[in-house]
Design a protein around this ligand. Structure first.
Ligand code: ZN
Length: 127
């Protein structure tokens, strides 16, 4: 039986992200003024304070920054920070893998996981 994933809370700043996720597309907020991507979505760029935020399709490629495997539950899972190829770090889960073989620095790619009744959430699996 698969672990049930609660629906994400969709904020105004992240609406574009979740709408794209519903179509299986992984988008990141990118600042039009300084050109840097950031995560989580927000109205003001965390690097230069510009409010010119645009959305761009992201590669979905990342590396594991750090992770922890939760084993004392019925359906063990791996929680992790991954560093996206575009720069930002994202809190996520690592799925479809042998938890004993996970390693910091490992290459992973985005997969969307269905939630109980909201948009799918981005998770990552080893490539
Ligand atoms: Zn900026």
């Amino acid at each position: 039986m698969a672990r049930k994933i609660p629906s994400p809370v969709v904020t105004v700043e992240a609406e574009a992200f979740w709408n794209a996720a519903r179509q299986g597309r992984f988008m990141l907020p990118v600042c039009a003024a300084c050109g840097r991507a950031h995560w989580y979505p927000r109205a003001i760029c965390p690097f230069c304070a510009s409010d010119e935020i645009t959305w761009r399709a992201a590669s979905g490629k990342a590396t594991i920054h750090t992770f922890s495997v939760m084993r004392r539950v019925k359906e063990p899972y791996a929680i992790a920070y991954v560093t996206l190829a575009e720069g930002p770090t994202m809190l996520t889960n690592i799925v479809d893998c042998d938890f004993d073989k996970l390693a910091v620095g490992q290459a992973v790619a985005v997969v969307f996981a269905a939630t109980e009744n909201g948009p799918p959430v981005p998770m990552f699996k080893p490539v």
